[in-house]
Ligand binder design. Structure first.
Ligand code: FES
Length: 149
């Protein structure tokens, strides 16, 4: 390979590396539940996690919240009734590799992709959960459960 060809190939490779690096970063920001925290206040029009929102506990969509340990997923939020009968909520997007696989299991939040575990305050309980999990606030007024940031 001549010097000119070599330099040309390095230039194309560098451009590709920069492009893929940017694409990866942009995708990560889109899925990172903590990336748009500041931007989401006051507007929820384009946010992936559109909080606040409400759940009518008497509606069929909330049927699984009748029992302790049950959960539903709405607006990318896992809403659960813990084993003590209290409502808790967290993002469905795992902090490990940003898969939308968080559920409520054994009275804690759990991602089945690589078995990350989080307590109900979002604290990681194992290595893959070490980055923690975004937790939302819940409040009840009659049969209406409100999930907010
Ligand atoms: S993406 Fe959730 S444990 Fe890896």
């Amino acid at each position: 390979m001549e010097r000119k060809e070599f330099l040309k190939s390095i230039g194309a490779g560098a451009a590709l590396a920069v492009t893929f690096s940017c694409l990866g970063s942009c995708l990560r920001e889109e899925l990172d539940p903590n990336a748009d925290e500041d931007a989401s206040s006051g507007s929820n029009s384009s946010s992936t996690n559109s909080v606040p929102f409400t759940v009518d506990l008497s509606a069929s969509e909330a049927g699984k919240l009748q029992n302790n340990g049950g959960y539903i997923i709405k607006n990318n939020v896992v809403i659960a009734k813990n084993l003590e009968g209290k409502y808790v909520a967290a993002t469905v997007i795992c902090s490990h590799e940003f898969k939308k696989k968080v559920v409520f299991k054994n009275n804690e939040f759990f991602c089945g992709e690589h078995d990350a575990r989080f307590d109900q305050n979002g604290k990681g309980l194992n290595k893959n959960g070490s980055k923690g999990l975004k937790i939302y606030t819940t409040s009840i007024n009659g049969s209406i459960l409100t999930v907010s940031a």
